[in-house]
Design a protein around this ligand. Structure first.
Ligand code: ASP
Ligand code: MG
Length: 427
């Protein structure tokens, strides 16, 4: 379908002037379109604080909530008070039930698992944000239809990292949202949130609204998907860790997946698969500089390979050996993977020799220690903390030499295009 999907993250909506900027960008785009907005600014973090406070009975959750309410009220005031003062009240009334919903969680005894409470409370950030943006656009003549994506995207109840039931969600989309779209339509909805078949809210993992945008693009067979960021596009390295970064004009889907999986945070790693499957181009553009070209991720005809560096910090390298000097072969590997699966540990890298099997994973404070204890029941376990994985794609031997010569490398893996190094973390 000839429809474009646009996603605006929290930073692009952090205050009233930024929201006005987003409205200007939307006005300049071709219709029909689907617009996906995140929670405003750092509101997801702020809502997470309420959840911790409710669940662990620490701090004062009501104070946290008050700050969140004030933040939104200030934005509503700034957006509406000059030209549409009556509208400010209306919007406040519209979002009021969601604050009440959070108050119920604050005032009732805790009776559900952490993740379930988390999803019910944190999802409200996206709902409130989308209501404010939708109402603001309507008041200034950018007419749009607001939709609650939780009625469309159905997931399992794996709280905080739910899996979307794609066929069911696709059907809901075709049945309920597609009929609302015509030539002039703007459909405005949320990312990151969904619901179970029993109508509990779920979330898809932090920064998951990119993934929602990709799914909706997939459902509607979009012409293109644009993700608006505060950087000019995808860079060949993360400026937090590398100097002299370069903007990439175009990337293949393949390279984009490899880069994001191994640490490039510019887009969520799950975003690429749905759009690749339907050959939909993905543009990453700057909302601060909307006329610049950005990066396009697609199937380029002549692809100029560019060297990219991804850095995955906060890893732990775990090495396993059998207790009796037997080969670390099929039965040992089978047992190891069973444990990996039981603890839902995501392996970022692995390597084996006759006697040794090494894995590198994120050093998650909650999972890692019980995971290691379980491994110790079966194997001899050694580990190195404070390590990172550096992934370089399309490297040259000279370039690689220049990078590694002064580093302590704990493990290395190479193919013709791709090298991965486990090294001591940069302090
Ligand atoms: N608001 C959510 C977060 O900050 C989801 C997103 O922005 O993609 O993680
Ligand atoms: Mg966000």
């Amino acid at each position: 379908m000839n429809i474009n999907v646009h996603k605006f993250g929290g930073t692009s909506l952090k205050d009233a002037p930024f929201i006005i900027n987003v409205a200007n960008i939307i006005q300049q785009q071709n219709k029909p379109m689907i617009v996906i907005v995140s929670a405003m600014g750092k509101m997801t973090n702020a809502l997470e604080e309420i959840v911790k406070s409710v669940f662990y009975k620490k701090d004062n959750p009501t104070e946290h909530l008050q700050k969140i309410k004030n933040y939104h009220s200030e934005i509503i005031y700034q957006l509406f008070h000059l030209h549409h003062p009556y509208k400010a009240k209306e919007v406040e009334t519209q979002i009021h039930p969601y604050w009440q919903n959070i108050e119920q969680y604050i005032n009732q005894p805790v009776s559900s698992p952490y993740g379930q409470i988390y999803d019910q409370i944190v999802s409200i950030g996206e709902i409130v944000s989308s209501i404010i943006v939708s109402e603001y656009l309507n008041t200034i003549g950018i007419y749009n239809t607001w939709a609650d994506i939780r009625k469309i995207l159905i997931t399992d109840n794996h709280w905080r990292a739910a899996s979307v039931n794609i066929p069911l969600s696709q059907n809901n989309f075709s049945e309920y949202l597609l009929p609302l779209i015509n030539d002039q339509s703007i459909l405005l909805t949320q990312g990151f949130i969904a619901s179970t078949a029993h109508h509990y809210s779920t979330t898809l993992g932090r920064e998951g609204s990119d993934y929602t945008a990709a799914l909706l693009a997939y459902f509607v067979d979009a012409k293109e998907l644009t993700i608006w960021k505060d950087v000019d596009g995808v860079l060949n390295a993360d400026p937090r860790y590398f100097k002299n970064t370069q903007k990439i004009d175009e990337l293949t889907y393949y390279d984009a997946i490899e880069m994001t999986y191994y640490g490039a945070t510019v887009i969520h790693p799950n975003t690429i698969k749905p759009i690749q499957n339907k050959n939909i181009p993905l543009k990453v553009k700057s909302f601060l500089n909307p006329s610049t070209q950005g990066t396009i991720i697609h199937h380029p005809k002549n692809y100029q390979k560019i060297t990219t560096y991804s850095y995955l910090p906060h890893q732990i390298l775990i090495s396993l050996q059998s207790n009796d000097y037997s080969f670390f072969a099929e039965t040992h590997l089978h047992k190891t993977f069973q444990i990996i699966n039981d603890f839902s540990v995501k392996i970022n890298l692995m390597q084996n020799t006759a006697l040794n099997f090494s894995i590198c994973t994120t050093n998650d404070e909650i999972i890692i220690h019980p995971f290691i204890r379980e491994l110790q029941k079966h194997f001899k376990v050694l580990f190195n903390e404070n390590v990172a994985i550096l992934t370089i794609r399309h490297y040259t031997p000279t370039l690689l030499q220049a990078i590694v010569h002064d580093k302590e490398i704990l493990l290395e893996q190479r193919t013709r295009h791709h090298v991965q190094l486990v090294l001591k973390e940069k302090k």
